[in-house]
Design a protein around this ligand. Structure first.
Ligand SMILES: [Zn+2]
Length: 112
């Protein structure tokens, strides 16, 4: 990537003060319920991660520029799966198997 095509986000690191963060160091965290988003920025100088609130315009801009977006939810998982009934021991066992299946986890992470 040439210097000209690198988009820098000017922001301030709590440790270093004003920095120019390349978009590759920015992740946008979007909450499904709340109307707010947060930018998680990794400082290229001190490598600390810090968060900045992002308003609608900022969110739109970052998404348009192609930053990584991470969507999360406030809603407790239990509320979403009421219709499935309580967890059974069989399901817990299956879950434990999944957790010990490293290849599967790696594959899951790669598809994020
Ligand atoms: Zn810093």
């Amino acid at each position: 990537m040439s210097a000209e095509s690198t988009v820098l986000l000017t922001t301030s690191c709590p440790t270093c003060g004003e920095i120019d963060a390349p978009l590759s160091s920015v992740v946008l965290r979007v909450c499904e319920e709340a109307e707010t988003s947060t930018c998680v920025i990794t400082c290229g100088t001190c490598h600390e991660r810090f968060e900045k609130p992002a308003d609608d315009n900022m969110t739109l801009l970052l998404v348009t520029l192609g930053v990584d977006v991470s969507v999360w939810s406030l809603e407790p998982v239990a509320d979403r799966h009421d219709e499935l009934g309580p967890l059974t021991f069989t399901e817990l066992d299956a879950f434990r198997d999944l957790l010990s299946d490293e290849a599967r986890i790696t594959e899951g992470l790669a598809s994020l």
